[in-house]
Write a protein that binds this ligand. Structure first.
Ligand SMILES: [Zn+2]
Length: 303
């Protein structure tokens, strides 16, 4: 088996397909989006090759599709207890579910393994789509009750779902039927270790800096959406600054960002102008190169 060629395809939101030689690993599984979102070029039902699906957290825009991939390919799903509960409810066999909390080290093939660590979900109680260089302040020290009253992303989704436009109807249908949980299940991050190098995977913009500072990765797949969560409080600054700080902690040489596409209009918009992230990387992590693949671009990470 040729394990040294490692390539990756972005499939929208924070979903990727990673190929390490013959090993095929999906990172999240959400490809089947609202009709008004640009298609990514692949449906979960059409996936014929997968050995594992690593799921960052249990929201539909990450988990939906994993049940189809598991059913059609026999792939095993690594994720939180909540992710595994939802998958079990969808009829995925227990033997295919690998519940993880952070702290596990799973073998994916003879040459490849993955370590699981605790992550943090972005601050959904704050405003949703921000420009990468928009400085955000405040929202500190809130309890869960106060966070719930703040509105944030939930209010933006509720507003988008209301009314009788076709887009609102489609959004209501999508949110009713997409497989997932209202709970995050506890966000997980992964470090995939291969003979050629290591790959960090995160699917929502949050981190425990005490954890991340201990990790090293050659390639960092970093979520760039919403208000970032730093040690359980909203970032005081920009999303670009947060992403660059993560890349610096990991000492990554290659960075790909995710979750910044227009995956659920009108709640989301296209934030693919990444110049602010490029500028912050140059300042905080000058050794890192930012790649900007489109969907299904087949980017080679290691040759
Ligand atoms: Zn989420």
């Amino acid at each position: 088996m040729n394990v040294t060629r490692i390539s990756i395809d972005w499939l929208g939101v924070a979903t990727f397909r990673l190929r390490v030689g013959n090993l095929v690993v999906f990172l999240d599984a959400y490809m089947d989006r609202v009709p008004s979102a640009p298609p990514v070029g692949l449906h979960a039902a059409d996936v014929t090759e997968a050995d594992f699906v690593l799921v960052g957290h249990s929201h539909f825009d990450h988990l939906a599709g994993a049940e189809l991939i598991a059913r059609n390919t026999g792939a095993r799903i690594i994720g939180s207890n909540e992710t595994c509960r939802v998958m079990r409810e969808q009829g995925v066999a227990s033997e295919q579910l690998v519940p993880s909390q952070g702290g596990e080290h799973h073998r994916l093939s003879d040459a490849v393994s993955v370590r699981v660590y605790p992550g943090l979900h972005s601050c959904t109680w704050c405003a949703g789509t921000l420009d990468f260089d928009e400085e955000a302040r405040g929202h500190l020290g809130l309890t869960e009750d106060e966070r719930a009253r703040a509105g944030g992303l939930g209010a933006a989704i509720a507003a988008a779902m209301s009314g009788d436009s076709q887009q609102a109807r489609e959004l209501r249908d999508h949110l009713r039927t997409a497989v997932g949980s209202r709970e995050t299940g506890g966000a997980l991050v992964y470090v995939i270790e291969t003979p050629a190098g290591s790959i960090f995977y995160q699917d929502t913009s949050g981190c425990w800096t005490g954890v991340m500072r201990q990790l090293r990765a050659d390639v960092a797949l970093l979520a760039a959406a919403g208000r970032a969560n730093v040690d359980a409080e909203p970032v005081q600054g920009s999303l670009a600054g947060f992403v660059a700080r993560e890349a610096a902690m990991l000492q990554a040489r290659t960075v790909l960002i995710s979750h910044h596409d227009d995956w659920m209009p009108p709640v989301t918009r296209d934030t693919t102008d990444v110049s602010a992230i490029r500028a912050e990387l140059a300042r905080q992590a000058p050794a890192a190169t930012l790649l900007e693949p489109g969907y299904l671009a087949g980017t080679v990470l290691f040759e």
